[in-house]
Design a protein around this ligand. Structure first.
Ligand SMILES: Nc1ncnc2c1ncn2[C@@H]1O[C@H](COP(=O)(O)OP(=O)(O)OP(=O)(O)O)[C@@H](O)[C@H]1O
Ligand SMILES: [Mg+2]
Length: 259
């Protein structure tokens, strides 16, 4: 079945097993343009594995990842490898929990933003630098830091730079694995504001994996709860959190209330 109009992503029965560990079992969901999906679940429940399968990093054993392209729908894991490598950089961006995993630590902040743009075909130095400056401003990093190496940035700045690098090519789909983990509360609040405005401004579809129910409530339109590789509950964020049906979700919500 084809995804509906404006549906960016449809995942059907995606499964991935490592040895005898079923990391993801028959995961299905869909996502529209401008929509934010939060994924919560206990450690080891398969959240990162799912994101990696969606980002083209790990091939699932079974299932489909259907992505809306300009005027048609592509099946990510049915494409040949060369086409997938060409398709991914301008379509999907994976933002890692640890910004160092998503940055080139040995090139300047501006170079980090320009690199994926160059991979997507931009060549003009002046316009690459102008775009890099624009993105630094968007993520609240002073333009005069453009030639600095990210290694001398704070953790929060590195995370914001990783987001600029990931979003500058205007991907349709952005996948974030614990983007606010390890950040202090004020930096986290600023980052969440930034993400909300970028989703609105660019109309991207965003998936955010988080341990933090507060982050999910602030950011996500819909919420998916995973346990042992399975989706045990999904729905509108407020509905899932205010009226959780599955015992694990009930536990998750009540443990937050007791804090
Ligand atoms: N490359 C791998 N090789 C073998 N097993 C793996 C690999 N990656 C993940 N797993 C296993 O798959 C299961 C799901 O792991 P995953 O990292 O997706 O969980 P997670 O929900 O992201 O956990 P966390 O919240 O701790 O980040 C775990 O049992 C894990 O040990
Ligand atoms: Mg993980």
């Amino acid at each position: 079945m084809k995804p509906k109009v404006r549906e960016i992503l449809r995942v059907k029965h995606l499964s991935k097993t490592f040895g005898r560990v079923p990391a993801c079992s028959a995961v299905s969901f869909s996502l529209r343009q401008g929509e934010v999906l939060g994924i919560v679940g206990e450690s080891g429940s398969g959240k990162s594995t799912l994101l990696r399968c969606l980002a083209g990093r790990i091939e699932p054993d079974d299932g489909n990842v259907l992505i809306a392209s300009d005027d048609h729908v592509v099946d990510l894991w049915e494409m040949d490898e060369a086409s997938r490598e060409q398709f991914l950089p301008t379509t999907i961006s994976l933002i890692h929990q640890n910004p160092r995993d998503g940055l080139r630590i040995d090139i300047s902040a501006g170079g980090n933003i320009a690199e994926p743009l160059m991979a997507a075909g931009s060549r003009h130095y002046g316009s690459l630098r102008a775009t890099a400056l624009e993105w630094l401003e968007k993520v609240d990093i002073e333009g005069r830091r453009i030639d600095d190496l990210p290694e001398i940035f704070s953790g929060g700045m590195q995370q914001r730079l990783q987001i600029a690098r990931g979003l500058a090519t205007h991907p349709r789909l952005v996948l974030m694995d614990e983007p606010t983990g390890g950040l202090d509360v004020s930096v986290q609040a600023k980052l969440l504001d930034l993400l909300r405005s970028l989703v609105r401004e660019l109309g991207i579809a965003l998936i955010v994996v988080t341990h933090d129910i507060g982050v999910a409530r602030l950011l996500a339109d819909r919420l998916m709860v995973m346990q042992c590789g399975r989706v045990i509950e999904q729905g509108l964020t407020d509905q899932v959190l205010d009226d959780p049906h599955h015992p694990y979700t009930q536990l998750l919500v009540s443990s937050i209330l007791q804090v």
